[in-house]
Design a protein around this ligand. Structure first.
Ligand code: ADP
Ligand code: ZN
Length: 724
């Protein structure tokens, strides 16, 4: 027998880790190959991994089983394999769970092929039914598989098949591997302002040199950061390379696509959770074959198998949404920098309000800071004023103080737009019975149910549990006794409607902008002047550019400071500075009114006086003194079970074996602030260590010997953002 090829494979089963297999003669399975493997009586997906990355498997050679098949996709490239290994190691996640994030389209793994999609023919139906009418309306301009069309149209596949046989729909054969139109780097290059040109030159140079270099593109709102990093995108395109742009929320893609198309002639490829399976397949394969040049996506796009990546951009890089808090708990901003490191390409973190961590990295010389200190085209930053709610109270049952109401009336009279910001979805955060005091609580979570009047539901914002508002109190049976406590955006919108009759008010939250299409519709309406007052959550605080918007009102600046975790002040500063940045971006100057009960609070005072540097400096000092991130390393251990006693026992067992190391402080276990979540009881421990401490190693050897009942989940959160 000749020399046998033995390969290590990550198998897609978290409990198993890596196993050795034999590569049969004539099969080519280099590292990164996606393979089908035998496992017991079953077949399982796996990836051929690099020697040396993993502990050896001493399974006897003659007993090894053979790789069954190499799937028809390019092997995961080496830089992506390095990234997967790094993420698994740093975030203490199973290698297979991270590798799975890279194989994010199962259809793509089946290879190329054709898909039959369908579209309207434009024929008029001989016999009209309400369902057909609905389909004809909703399927305008759509082309997708039967199943996907049925979903879009909200009718059964049977209805569509009927329409097919009537000639109202026609089939189209689509090649799943057809490339995307290529963006043209020279399509419409703008003349850059001097400060933009200087920043762009630095990034372009690093792209051309194919060199790892993190940049912190730190520019005030409206300074033209997008146009500036577009120059780096153009440079990567000219070099024939691919580009990844990460955005924190799908809602922002709509605005981004338009701007990209205006600059490069075509829209980029998008990657997010609401893509159809056929779109995912095409995007994944074209990324792997190099036919998708620019991909804009949510954090999951970080793990796409780019053939030849030339640049990574993280826009709104300070956003908390880049932190994933379930499954593999990673921070996409930090992983993006690591991807750039392994690919040997520059990474641009763009923000008007950088995370303290990022500023600190710039300070330490690890990131290069590029500053855009003024708005593009001579637009002025808005004037910011404080409304002290302890002196200027809104009338009972209302939330907008008189100066804010006057300002709103003034803008409406002038035909200008206003934006009211309140980071609370729904109508009211708490509903209770006026008769007996009963409060509506989620049965699965330690949280109140939030009233949503638009959808007529009481909803839990943690687990999605929903009930219609009952006609009588479930506790005392009294009819019509429910009272809403406190404001949400819907209630503010009602108030605006009463105060400004005739004003066109839009509520903008993740409920109303659930899809890219809905977001595009909103952008078109706002830009077209069809909205007078936008009432929105943090979703509208960033990215949008509405030239006619001249007034921003912050309904409750104190909200984010309640229950203050590590980043409460920083986050409040970022949110308010960002939303303020929506005002006065065009020719007309902007004004920002901030309602607060604590006008003297450091963060509020800093916002009012426009002293960003002073605020960051004070915040940095406070963190340094407390040994908090970025000056110390934090990690959390979250223990949960459906059984409260079981969760408590497991948490105690962990707490009882805590390592005792100098420079490492371990707090807890204590019941989590959100002690019940999706039916699971939760306990937390916090590890606070010196920057130099090897936290991962410590946690790994701490938890490794412990065994728990099957119902117990132990999650580790490195560099946590959430403390609930
Ligand atoms: P930021 O992202 O920094 O808040 P934007 O990138 O949204 O700022 O830019 C603000 C506005 O200025 C946008 O309408 C943008 O199209 C415009 N703009 C920026 N730079 C240029 C330029 N060099 N030429 C023309 N328009 C520009
Ligand atoms: Zn719930």
């Amino acid at each position: 027998m000749g020399c046998m090829t033995r390969v290590r494979c990550i198998v897609f089963n978290a409990a198993l880790g890596a196993l050795d297999y034999r590569v049969p003669e004539g099969m080519d399975a280099p590292p990164g190959s996606v393979v089908v493997l035998p496992l017991g009586p079953r077949q399982i997906l796996g990836v051929v991994w690099d020697d040396g990355d993993l502990p050896r498997d001493n399974y006897p050679e003659h007993k090894l089983r053979s790789v069954l098949e190499v799937l028809p996709v390019p092997p995961l490239p080496a830089p992506l394999r390095r990234l997967i290994a790094w993420v698994a190691d740093y975030y203490l996640a199973p290698l297979s769970a991270v590798a799975r994030m890279a194989l994010s389209s199962s259809a793509a793994l089946k290879g190329s092929g054709t898909v039959t999609e369908y579209r309207l023919t434009g024929e008029e139906p001989a016999r009209m039914t309400p369902q057909r009418l609905q389909a004809l309306d909703l399927l305008q301009g759509e082309q997708a598989t039967m199943r996907e069309l049925a979903e879009i149209a909200g009718v059964s596949e049977g209805v569509l098949r009927g329409m097919l046989s009537q000639g109202l729909l026609e089939p189209v054969l689509v090649d799943s591997d057809r490339p995307y139109p290529a963006p043209d780097p020279l399509f419409a290059a703008p003349a850059l302002a001097e400060q933009q040109a200087e920043a762009a030159a630095e990034m372009v140079e690093a792209v051309a040199a194919h060199r790892f270099q993190p940049f912190l593109l730190d520019g005030v709102t409206g300074s033209g950061k997008t146009e500036t990093y577009f120059e780096a995108v153009a440079a990567a395109l000219e070099a024939g390379r691919q580009v990844l742009v990460l955005l924190p929320e799908i809602a922002l893609t709509a605005a981004f696509l338009g701007r990209f198309e205006a600059r490069f002639g075509v829209t980029p490829v998008t990657w997010h959770s609401s893509l159809k399976a056929s779109e995912r397949r095409r995007a994944w394969r074209q990324v792997a074959f190099g036919g998708a040049k620019v991909v804009v996506g949510a954090r999951s796009a970080l793990f796409l198998p780019f053939a030849d990546l030339g640049l990574v951009v993280v826009d709104e890089a300070h956003e908390v949404a880049f932190k994933q808090d379930d499954g593999v708990r990673y921070n996409a901003r930090d992983v993006a920098v690591m991807r750039g490191h392994f690919e040997g390409v520059p990474v641009v973190l763009a923000s008007a309000t950088p995370a303290l961590e990022s500023l600190q990295m710039a300070e330490a010389g690890r990131y290069k800071r590029l500053v855009l200190p003024s708005r593009f085209g001579g637009a002025q930053l808005p004037k910011i004023e404080i409304i002290n709610l302890t002196e200027l109270q809104p009338p009972r049952g209302r939330w907008l103080a008189p100066p804010l109401v006057e300002a709103l009336q003034d803008r409406l009279a002038k035909g200008e737009q206003s934006l009211l910001f309140l980071n609370r979805r729904g109508y009211a955060p708490l509903t209770l019975c006026r008769h007996c005091g009963f409060r509506f609580k989620c049965p699965n979570c330690s949280a109140w149910l939030v009233e949503h009047r638009l959808s007529q539901r009481l909803a839990c914002h943690h687990c999605g549990h929903e009930v219609p508002p009952p006609p009588v109190c479930p506790e005392c049976g009294e009819p019509d006794c429910l009272v809403a406590c406190g404001p949400g955006v819907e209630r503010i919108a009602d108030e605006v409607g009463e105060l400004l009759p005739g004003a066109r008010v839009a509520v903008v939250t993740s409920d109303t902008l659930a899809s890219p299409a809905a977001a595009a519709e909103f952008v078109a309406q706002a830009e077209g002047g069809a909205i007078d007052v936008i009432v929105g959550t943090q979703l509208v605080t960033k990215g949008f550019h509405f030239p006619e918007l001249t007034l921003v009102g912050v309904v409750d600046a104190d909200m984010g400071l309640d229950g203050g975790d590590l980043r409460a002040a920083e986050r409040t500063y970022q949110q308010i500075a960002q939303v303020a940045g929506r005002a006065g971006r065009g020719a007309k100057p902007g004004e920002v009114l901030i309602q607060t009960r604590h006008p003297k609070a450091e963060v509020i005072a800093a916002l009012a006086s426009g002293s960003r540097d002073a605020f960051y400096a004070a915040e940095t000092e406070a963190r340094r003194e407390a040994g908090a991130p970025p000056f110390g390393r934090w990690a959390a251990i979250i223990v949960s079970s459906e059984d409260e006693a079981e969760a408590r026992e497991a948490a105690r067992a962990i707490g009882g074996t805590r390592p005792d190391e100098p420079g490492v402080l371990i707090l807890g276990p204590a019941p989590a602030p959100l002690s019940l979540l999706r039916g699971r009881h939760r306990y937390r421990l916090l590890i606070a260590a010196r920057r130099s401490a090897e936290v991962q190693k410590l946690i790994r050897s701490w938890l490794a010997p412990l065994r728990f009942p099957p119902g117990v989940r132990v999650a580790v959160d490195i560099d946590p953002y959430s403390f609930v």
